[in-house]
Design a protein around this ligand. Sequence first.
Ligand code: GTP
Length: 299
Amino acid sequence: MGFLDSLKHGLERSREAISEVFYMGGEVDESFWEDLEDTLVMGDMGAELALSVSDDLRELAAKKGLTRASQLRGALADRLAAEFPTPERDPFDDTPSCVLFVGINGAGKTTTCGKLAGRAMGEGKRVLLGGADTFRAAAIEQLEVWGERAGVDVITRERGCDPASVCYDVIEEAERRDSDLVLIDTAGRLHTSADLMQELAKVVNVTRKRAGMPVSVVLVIDATTGQNGLNQAKEFNDALDLDGLIITKLDGTAKGGIALAVSSQLGLPIYRIGVGESIDDLQSFDAHDFCAALVGEGM
Ligand SMILES: Nc1nc2c(ncn2[C@@H]2O[C@H](COP(=O)(O)OP(=O)(O)OP(=O)(O)O)[C@@H](O)[C@H]2O)c(=O)[nH]1
């Protein structure tokens, strides 16, 4: 399945709900606006944004005299796309660059590191993977498997080591090797655990201070988490001053609205999206493609 097909498949639930609103009667009347508002609110993007989007569309419809729902579908996609901030720099294209991946357990951090390492190797970059998840022996092994798959060396330490000191060592090794891209996986943690968030802040600070190259902190969010994803993102952003996001599992039964909620409310760009479990299932984020898939525009 191609990227757009995976994305369309993943966003099917949201799109079907939105399609229903657009097909019902086809007239732009009060019940259309109510249905649209309800559907947007249910789609995880958050009530405030849903209402602001629907207000803007009402204004547009009045101004342009649009009376058929179908005339508003493209406008809805455009309005949603405008909510996504564009990144000032892409930490995976710019070199040299060091990226720390943070997020809750199972969000897809290790998989994303592996996919990005494989991609960068394919582009002929000197890549290094760092395993700062020293909580679980299995996590270190999992990253090593990805390293092998991508053909990239993994620098790590045994279970129980201080993750900040692992990052220190990874940066030192990257400098020795003159690496272009350094991808560091950190241990998954609940945003509600103050101790673990503090530990992560230390990891980030040590890496930012030690690295002679730009360091980006990227939150990996599972798109199927729903509205809780926004709380997670706020906590991680408060503690770590995030640079951007990667949204995974958009091939699953995601509603997709969470990508919009987090990105627009926190003003954080989405660098990549995950659309499957294999090494090639990671894509650049295109706000227009994403929103078209979300509302079924041009399909
Ligand atoms: N369908 C799908 N599955 C994904 C995607 N990204 C990751 N996964 C799966 O999600 C599960 C968790 O991924 P990991 O990479 O281990 O997650 P993690 O954030 O490193 O987890 P911890 O080490 O527990 O913090 C694995 O089964 C992955 O294959 C994606 O884009 N789509």
